[in-house]
Structures are given as structure tokens and as C-alpha cells.
Design a protein around this ligand. Structure first.
Ligand SMILES: *Cc1c(COP(=O)(O)O)cnc(C)c1O
Length: 383
């Protein structure tokens, strides 16, 4: 259904990112359909892809924005997101970033430590404002994803331990320039099983019971994001498992009267609509290996080098019935980790062929670098 238009690519200089805006629109519609009529609010995690065209389309669809820096706040405002639909997370918010949030009156600061809570209170006081906050709780749940993208276990830097939560809630209530809206959680990323989310629901249910028995009720629970996509079959599964995801919370999380449930989805919204389009520079044979050397590398898409991620590699130029061969697909950067795939079976590939590296819409373009003095990749859109 969502085709990559090879004829448009052949005349273009490579590498570049290509975004299918129809798939993005269908994804956004699906999410909106599934949350309609429920007390659910979805924020898009801007860090997954902050290309202005992508951001504008997501802002126009009515989703809020989940931010991790002042820079993201600025691009989100420019793209048309309303400050009152912005959540600001991050363990190291600077005074300047906090003030930017206060001046724009953003919906909520997701606070990750006691010192941060105190600083937000005093900066809000200096501006005669009250800052709305949620406390980010470390739920100590292992989402069984790659260790570099696990954020909800006790030994990483994110959030406040459950044991110290009652004191931090009390402190937040005592600070005059703080309005505590609720609790925030985030398990990690590329989570494809619903079990960690079900465990999170149970953890939250018992926290809500605990606080209710002490007459504390929260307006908002924010369960973060992390929903994964199918990197192996992007054509068969162009959508993340949104039904199963929202159903899990619908079935297992016991929201109280008037409580809103917030989600922060990044990857699941944008991963499948993006591909990195690149050309084969050389095909080279060593004693034991055949290499396809691309004009894109870890400087365009770092996920394979950074997280040992694998993206589907497709030779768009090869005829469908071409014989196959086994290749290591590598980039041109002077690093041994600049490898997209080991022992990949591809149609017999030659110099000049156009290659698509699929599911590259999330944590792709945003993480591009100019290492080796390589230019940042441009973006092309389906319309
Ligand atoms: C990165 C991040 C997200 C989005 O994660 P995805 O895996 O892209 O859905 C949501 N919330 C917070 C706090 C994050 O840091």
C-alpha cells in the first residue's frame, strides 16, 4: 500500500531521508480513533523526529508534545504545538530551559529529582508563577529491551525511587509555587510485548490506592511511551500495535473519577513512515566476505552502531526475480561499527543501485552527525 517511488529517487543525489506522509496521517488517525471518547491524551515525543514538516503534521492532528530540551520546545512552538499541550521531561533541565517553560506556561514539567523540584519552585516564584508538575517515578520494571534504551529500572538515572515518593509528594504539596498534577512513568523504548505495560498498570494501581488512603488524588497519570514497531516486516506491519497498547491500559489501569491518562509516543508514531535512501558506491569482495558499501553510514543513521539495531535493507533497483547473494552492508565512515547489516541476503547488487533502509523515521534524522565532515542528510516527502 505504501510504495517507495524508485523513479523519483533515481534522479536525486543520495543519501536522503524519505517520509511517507500518508502513512504518517493514517498512523495519527488510528491513534486518534483509539483514544476517542476516553480520558486519554497522547503527546508526541519530539526527540524521535523533529523534522519541521513531520512536526507540523503531528501538531495539526491535535497531539500534544513531549519535550526533553528547550531547543525542542522552540521547534515545537514553531511547528504549531500549543504550550498548554507540552510536557517537559529530562534529568538535567537548566534554569534557562525551565524559565522558557515558565514563560510559555507549558502544561507540565515532569520532575526527576528533589533539587529540580526546588529549583523550579524558586524560578517560578521569581516570575510570580505557579509551575504545574508531575513527579517522574522510577517503577523498577525491566522492559527487556536493549540496555541502552531501558529507563525504568532502579539502577538508571531516570526518575525518583518508589520508596522516596511519599516524601517527594509531600514536599511538592508544601511548595507554594508548585502545583502537583500527578505521576509520570516511562519504561524504555522499542517495547513490543504488553507484559511490561501490564506490570506498570499494577504498580500504578497500588500507588493510587496508597495515596488515596492518605487523601491524595492525582489529576493526571502519565505512562510515558516506548511502544515498539516491527523492524523486520515494515510492509506487513506499517502500524505499531496501538490497539493492544491502549487496551492494556484500558483493562488494567484503574483510573479514578476525573483522572486523565497521558501517553508519550515517539517511535510508534514516526518510525515506519521514514526510510533512508542511499546508493551503492562499491561492491567489494575480500577473501571471506562480500561487502556492499553505501553512500550512507552511521552519520546518517546511527541506530545500528549505537544500539546494535537492525533495519530491513532493500535493493530497490534489483528485479524481483534476481538471484541472491550474501553481503555485509556497510557505510563509508572510518569506524568498524559503521555496519548496517552482517550476512544480509540481497538480490545480486551492483554499483549505483538504490538501497532503502527501512523503518528509519524514528531516531534517524535527529541523530545524524557531521562526523568525517559528512553533510547532514536532506529530507524528501511523498507530497
Ligand atoms: C524518549 C521518551 C519517550 C518516547 O519514547 P519512544 O520509545 O520513542 O516512544 C517518551 N517519554 C519520555 C520521557 C522519553 O524520554
Amino acid at each position: 500500500m505504501y510504495q517507495l517511488p524508485l523513479h523519483q529517487f533515481e534522479s536525486q543525489p543520495t543519501p536522503f531521508y524519505y517520509y511517507d506522509l500518508d502513512l504518517l496521517a493514517d498512523t495519527l488517525n488510528k491513534v486518534k480513533q483509539l483514544i476517542a471518547g476516553k480520558p486519554y491524551v497522547v503527546h508526541y515525543a519530539v526527540k524521535a523526529n523533529s523534522n519541521p514538516v513531520i512536526l507540523q503534521q503531528i501538531a495539526a492532528s491535535g497531539l500534544g508534545a513531549d519535550l526533553v530540551s528547550g531547543g525542542e520546545m522552540k521547534v515545537a512552538l514553531q511547528a504549531g504545538f500549543h504550550a498548554r499541550h507540552m510536557m517537559f521531561a529530562g534529568v538535567g533541565k537548566t534554569d534557562e530551559e525551565i524559565n522558557l517553560g515558565l514563560d510559555n506556561d507549558i502544561a507540565c514539567f515532569n520532575v526527576e529529582s528533589v533539587p529540580e523540584l526546588e529549583v523550579i519552585n524558586s524560578l517560578a516564584d521569581a516570575r510570580g508563577r505557579v509551575a504545574r508538575i508531575a513527579i517522574r517515578v522510577n517503577p523498577d520494571i525491566d522492559a527487556h529491551t536493549h540496555s541502552y534504551i531501558t529507563t525504568g529500572t532502579a539502577d538508571n538515572k531516570f526518575g525518583i525511587d518508589i520508596e522516596s515518593l511519599p516524601q517527594v509528594v509531600e514536599l511538592a504539596h508544601s511548595l507554594p509555587n508548585i502545583e502537583l498534577l500527578g505521576l509520570h512513568f516511562h519504561l524504555g523504548s522499542q517495547i513490543t510485548l504488553m507484559e511490561p505495560y501490564r506490570m506498570l498498570c499494577e504498580r500504578i494501581n497500588s500507588l493510587l490506592d496508597y495515596f488515596e488512603s492518605r487523601n491524595v488524588r492525582f489529576k493526571m497519570i502519565d505512562v510515558g511511551g516506548g511502544l515498539g514497531v516491527d523492524y523486520v516486516h515494515p510492509d506487513a506491519s506499517p502500524m505499531a500495535p496501538f490497539e493492544a497498547f491502549f487496551d492494556t491500559f484500558n483493562q488494567h489501569l484503574h483510573l479514578r473519577e476525573g483522572q486523565q491518562l497521558h501517553f508519550e509516543l515517539g517511535r510508534a508514531i514516526v518510525a515506519q513512515c521514514g526510510s533512508l535512501i542511499t546508493r551503492v558506491v562499491f561492491v567489494k569482495e575480500n577473501r571471506n566476505k562480500r561487502f556492499v558499501i553505501l553512500d550512507a553510514g552511521m552519520t546518517q543513521l546511527v541506530r545500528p552502531a549505537l544500539y546494535q539495531a537492525h533495519h530491513l535493507v532493500q535493493n530497490l533497483s534489483a528485479p524481483v526475480d534476481a538471484p541472491t547473494a550474501t553481503y555485509d552492508v556497510v557505510g563509508p565512515v572510518c569506524e568498524s561499527s559503521d555496519v548496517f547489516a552482517h550476512d544480509e541476503v540481497l538480490p545480486v547488487t551492483s554499483r549505483g543501485n538504490i538501497i532503502a533502509i527501512r523503518s528509519a523515521g524514528a531516531y534517524g534524522e535527529v541523530m545524524a552527525s557531521q562526523y568525517n565532515m559528512r553533510p547532514l542528510p536532506p529530507a524528501l516527502f511523498s507530497r
